[in-house]
Design a protein around this ligand. Structure first.
Ligand SMILES: [Zn+2]
Length: 496
């Protein structure tokens, strides 16, 4: 194996080379080597000469080990200790990233960002400092602490009559007999049902087939200085009963809502506090539910289903059915055709739309089934579901790989309409750091991503910055995101 240029005048800092002394991992014969930094360096040699032993098992492995050592004891108990490679000394090592040489990795979920694990750091960063925006209005979401709510009520609604309401039912059907009985037994006197305040009486109930909003009246008072203790107690109780959400009715007219969760003030939607999983398209907590985190969806290609509209159904005008023959699928189709008086011998292009819809979708309106095809149990006695639904079902839940491949002949791959290819659920895409969501950052090339990170610390307040759990200081007020230690560690430890 060839060795690089030696430069013994390296200093520890700003070292221009990675220097390896006495590497003996696997086949390596106690070699010394110096590798220039900021250059593309290729290690070549015949099979078995130790290329991977040097690159992966020595240099990468030692870099990884040192990186892990910078974690505090708390985080390390989850990671475990790494073994030291058989080498005397390595100097000039920077944090390392390895992209493995597996060329057969066809996982559609992988990108350079995910392969290098940079994306994992982005997830942590977003879970820690991402700011939530409403997907309904695009406005910043707000969340309140109990103290903030009390202060807000005091400054904004002094001398006004207020009612504190704990939401129990939001837009759901039911008679709620047990609920009313339960709160009556707890000693509450009034509820607000569909906007109207009522006394709670025995055997109370509402129309079980109508949609209701029910709030519990926790307290009614006129805001005055000497009632501050009572107000803060009532706010606390209301939030508890309303599961972190409370409403305020001011002078019987103005309606205000407060939430301890991230909430859109205009439309009332709320998000959970973000966890790193919420930004992972491999996790059910983060993945777009429509494409399951793939970013693309297989959709029926009608041009492949009907390739020649001058052919009749018997002649194979609906391609997935094939020509008329004694097969289960065709028998089903024939039965549906008979029932709806659809001709098997007229060219499909001449069939009325409603009739063609029956053959394609199982109904005259041409509505595609919204079934959960993946989990649907197939019922052979059910009426003909239509060729399109059949293709989707077999694609999602194929008996064999061959069946799936066959269904793919009638499909095209399109970006998922729900997430636009970003692969995450919409809530996650509305968390932003410095104006960008995590998917946008994941798609950046590394130069632009580095530029985006440069200065990100200016965006953070002191709470977000935190101090390093190990050295109890900041790296000159700067967060060195990929450098392992310093302030960034506080992110990682808290995220674990
Ligand atoms: Zn999607």
């Amino acid at each position: 194996m060839a060795t690089g240029i030696r430069n013994t005048e390296n200093t520890a800092q700003g070292q221009e080379q990675i220097e390896v002394f006495g590497a003996r991992v696997h086949n390596l014969k106690n070699i010394d080597i110096s590798i220039p930094k900021n250059k593309l360096v290729v290690i070549t040699g015949i099979s078995g000469s130790g290329k991977s032993s040097l690159a992966f098992d020595t240099i990468y492995s030692e870099g990884q080990r040192r990186y892990m050592e910078t974690f505090g004891a708390y985080a390390r108990q989850f990671i475990g200790d790494m073994e030291r490679p058989d080498v005397d000394k390595i100097t000039g090592l920077s944090p390392v990233i390895s992209i493995e040489q597996k060329t057969t990795n066809k996982n559609p979920r992988s990108t350079v960002g995910t392969v290098t694990e940079i994306y994992d750091f982005l997830r942590l960063l977003f879970a820690r400092i991402g700011e939530a925006y409403s997907y309904n209005t695009g406005k910043r979401m707000v969340k309140w602490s109990e103290e903030e709510i009390v202060e807000n009520i005091f400054t904004k609604y002094k001398n006004k009559k207020i009612v504190l309401l704990a939401p129990l039912i939001r837009g759901r059907k039911g008679h709620y007999r047990e609920l009313f009985e339960d709160i009556r037994k707890k000693g509450f006197l009034k509820v607000r049902v569909d906007g109207e305040i009522k006394d709670i009486v025995p055997k109370m109930h509402v129309d079980r087939y109508a949609i209701h909003d029910i709030e519990l009246v926790v307290d009614r008072l006129q805001v005055a200085d000497d009632l501050k203790a009572r107000l803060s107690q009532s706010v606390q109780q209301t939030l508890k009963l309303g599961k972190d959400l409370m409403f305020l009715l001011v002078d019987d007219s103005k309606f205000v809502q407060y939430s301890k969760l991230l909430m859109c003030e205009d439309t009332g939607i709320s998000y959970e506090e973000p966890s790193p999983n919420a930004f992972s398209f491999n996790s059910p907590y983060g993945a777009c539910p429509s494409c399951k985190g793939l970013g693309t969806k297989h959709q029926i290609n009608m041009e492949a289903v009907i390739t020649d509209s001058s052919l009749s159904i018997s002649e194979g005008g609906i391609a997935p059915l094939g020509e008329e023959r004694d097969a289960w699928v065709f028998r089903q189709a024939k039965e549906a055709a008979k029932k709806h008086k659809i001709s098997l011998t007229v060219p499909v292009g001449k069939l009325p739309a409603k009739q063609l819809n029956v053959m394609l979708y199982g109904n005259e309106d041409g509505e595609q089934a919204e079934a959960d095809f993946e989990n649907a149990k197939f019922d052979p006695s059910a009426p003909f579901e239509g060729v399109i639904n059949m293709l989707y079902r077999w694609f999602a839940n194929p008996y064999s790989e061959a069946i799936r491949e066959w269904t793919e002949d009638y499909m095209t791959i399109k970006p998922c309409e729900s997430c636009g290819g970003a692969r995450l659920k919409k809530e996650s895409l509305w968390f932003k750091v410095n104006g960008r969501n995590v998917a946008e950052l994941g798609n950046m090339n590394l130069d632009n991503l580095a530029a985006w990170f440069d200065g990100i610390e200016l965006m953070l307040d002191n709470k977000q910055k935190g101090d390093c759990k190990r050295c109890f200081k900041r790296d000159k007020g700067k967060i060195t995101v990929f450098a392992g230690c310093r302030a960034y560690l506080s992110f990682i430890e808290q995220a674990f």
